[in-house]
Design a protein around this ligand. Structure first.
Ligand code: GLU
Length: 470
């Protein structure tokens, strides 16, 4: 049997962390078993579904590399097929028209509530066939009246539902449009889905869906209901916690592999391993290792995982991804060092590609002023002569390379009997405007000879002014 999973988002919203986690588990399971991953857009809620949301979903999945083998299929293009099944079920008595009015249903509800009973449709049109003037009927599925529905869920284990607790579900509204649970099962059946992997907010729909699949003459798929994702405060993950459009993480410079790595650990584990390459995820992922309890979204851990993935990448691989971020922070990558060298120099500290681009600003652009605190601490009169000497030594270098730069700095430090740090930090502050940068040789090479010398000149002037003022 070929494994066939599907991701079936409703475009009533964008793609966020929770939906991506579902998509990822479906995709991984299909890839792991060399099966197919199907993308289905459940857009029957025409009022709340928008083309922008569809675009956001497709774009987000593409960025993450969660490629579909089939689809996207759109439910709104399948109305004829749903109508066909509805007609067949009406003819064979598997479904029926219900002519209840709103008032009657309200009255039923009221009565059940007062009697302390569970609110449910009482099946009063189940065995009636005569139409009723002036009422547009809904269509209801004839749910079995007794017996049990057993869900052997791969995550939740065995979950048993009593048919007596389920009422006859509306499968088409009075305007004839099919409803959610019904379209899902027609599609899961037609698309030959073998594994339904989705959020556990759908677990209560499962017995109804299994009954309807049985009415189609289909074997139910295997189900796996994934535990909820909570916010760091323990409440259901919401916008406030970062349940935003997944593409915002792209904008902030997270790597797609890091997002997937972070999300795969929300509910799944493989020993205590935290960092996974995509290949490892595919090789190791199993639904049997998904745990039942909800997991919490932790933004700091996401940053850490992103950092680990940046660290594991070669500068050549980072550079093309870094380019758009350099532009985004307003830099001109053609007027400064090759981004490969930036990646090489900065990848150890960078939390995100945006962070890397922003930290590299001084390599491409002059800064207005030196950070006052650093200036005060490191650009003191005692450093005037060593700075001037370093400036002269650097100006005389034949080749602007790391070893020549570090040799020059080391020599001057020795001449003045200074530790490397005592000289290095003033140089750093002079050339970058602040106290943090890669090693001095790397920093100066990236900044380039011309800018380095000009900035040293400026710092020397500053030190002179301060010496004069003292
Ligand atoms: N369209 C549903 C949703 O976005 C998913 C349905 C399913 O996976 O069965 O929640």
């Amino acid at each position: 049997m070929t494994v066939r999973t599907r991701f079936a988002p409703s475009p009533t919203g964008v793609l966020h962390l929770g939906s991506v986690r579902t998509a990822l588990f479906c995709w991984l399971y299909a890839r792991r078993h060399e099966g197919d991953f199907i993308l289905r857009i459940e857009d029957t809620d025409r009022e709340r579904s928008t083309p922008e949301n569809v675009a956001a979903i497709l774009d987000g999945l593409e960025w993450l590399g969660l490629d579909a083998d089939e689809g996207p299929f759109y439910q709104t293009e399948r109305f004829d097929r749903y109508r066909e099944v509805l007609n067949e079920w009406l003819e064979t008595g598997k479904a029926y028209y219900c002519y209840c009015t709103k008032e009657e249903l309200a009255e039923l509800r009221e009565r059940q509530m007062q009697a302390g009973e569970r609110v449910r449709y009482d099946g009063r049109w189940r065995d009636r066939t005569e139409p009723r003037e002036g009422v547009d009927p809904v269509i209801r599925f004839k749910n079995p009246l007794d017996g049990e529905v057993v869900v052997e869920d791969l995550v939740r284990g065995r979950v048993v539902f009593e048919n007596a607790q389920l009422d006859d579900l509306i499968i088409a509204r009075s305007d004839g449009t099919p409803t959610y649970n019904f379209t899902v099962i027609v599609d899961d059946y037609d698309m030959q889905i073998t594994h339904v992997i989705r959020g556990d907010d759908h677990l209560n729909n499962t017995p109804r869906q299994m009954n309807m699949l049985a009415a189609l003459g289909a074997e139910p798929p295997v189900y796996a209901h994934l535990p909820m994702i909570l916010g760091p405060d323990g409440a259901k993950l919401s916008k406030r916690h970062g349940a935003v459009d997944i593409r915002e993480y792209r904008e902030e410079g997270y790597l797609p592999e890091a997002m997937l790595n972070y999300l795969v650990r929300l509910g799944w584990s493989h020993g205590d391993q935290e960092i996974f390459s995509l290949d490892e995820m595919i090789r190791l992922f199993d639904l049997a290792d998904v745990n039942q309890s909800a997991s919490a979204f932790n933004p700091e851990k996401l940053v850490w995982i992103n950092q680990q993935h940046i660290l594991a990448m070669s500068p050549e691989a980072i550079a093309p991804q870094l380019m758009p971020f350099l532009v985004q922070v307003g830099l001109d990558p053609s007027d400064g060092p090759d981004p490969v060298h930036i990646a090489e120099g900065f990848h150890e500290r960078a939390e995100t590609l945006l962070h890397m681009a922003a930290s590299a600003r001084y390599c491409y652009e002059d800064f207005e002023t030196i950070e006052p605190k650093s200036a005060k601490k490191h650009l003191r009169p005692v450093i005037l002569e060593p700075l001037k000497t370093v400036r002269a030594r650097l100006a005389a270098l034949e080749h602007w390379g790391e070893s020549a730069i570090s040799e020059a700095v080391r020599d001057v430090a020795e001449d003045y009997d200074l530790s490397l740090g005592k000289l290095g930090q003033p140089i750093r502050v002079a050339v970058t405007g602040g106290p943090v940068s890669p090693s001095i040789d790397v920093t100066l090479r990236l900044v380039g000879r011309e800018r380095t010398l000009a900035r040293l000149d400026r710092a020397i002037e500053l030190v002179k002014e301060r010496a004069g003022a003292a």
